[in-house]
Unconditional design. Sequence first.
Length: 357
Amino acid sequence: MKKKPLPKKKKPASLSVDVTNMDILYQKASAYIDQARQTIYRTIDTEMVKAYWCIGRDVVEEQQQGRKRSEYGSFLLNGLSERLTKKYGRGFSPSTLRDIRLFYQTYPKNKFNPNLGWIHYRSLMRVHILEARSFYEIEAEKNSWSGRELERQINSLLFERLAKSKDKKGLMRLARKGQEIDTPADAIKEPIILEFVGLPESHRLVESKLEEALTNNLQEFLLELGKGFAFIARQKRLTLDGDHFYADLVFYHVILKCYVIIDIKTKKLTHADLGQMQLYVNYFDEEVAAPNDNPTIGLILCTKKSDAMVKYTLGDKVKQIFASKYQFHLPTEKELEVELKREIEAIQSLEHETSET
């Protein structure tokens, strides 16, 4: 008797993989891992800042036990550095321990921001003016500045530049709340610092060259302009009765909800420059801006300006069109002091002229 053949086993269904679904799964998994690692890094950094503060406190208290700081301090830090380095490796040199000691001395009441890292505090604790340090702490957290970005803003004297136009009440508000942008004037600073473009301060510099350098270093330029600026276009064409005009750089300010036109001049400001900007601003208000947009802001970057010329040329538009000087090197406090004195004298002169008329 013949055996019946066994039934053939069915082949399993194909286990083909949808590549698109796999890509989505991979992207999600990567995002989870990256987020987890970032959280871990932030946690580690926060805990290390706390540890550094405790080390600094103990070092200061040890040094204050009647010993001469100049002699015992060096002995203490060198010995501690040697033993910590032997156990933990690099990162605990005598200079780092001096920074840790200074960190405690700068924040003796443990009132430091846990959302900032050690790289931020190494810069912050060297800012000696309390109001300025408070301002930089607030801005570093609000704008998620990296350590390098914070260092650059401190070196460019951002606080001092913004404080130039503030009275005592405005200065204290700047220190307590950081930069608040409620009016067009709040978004403008002077001087504009362009050291990142790597160009010489020369009368032979052409405007197209500077414009190109700014767009090539757009991230740094946006950082210098400040919060709220979003890049829109370069050499934006405006056509009037067949004639073409070109706005150098166009931005949109997301806080003020308006367009910002920047015109670049490699010379002293003239009334013709102001008239040209007034044309651009009027055109944008009529032809480009949406009904819910606020009036367009114009900003002329120049090597030298006259506040009187701005006032008498623009009239009612003076609150929408600004001129700011720029420079290719980081300012010194002395330079800013001289500039502030000059501006105060110019304002007083204008007020005197107005009162006489």
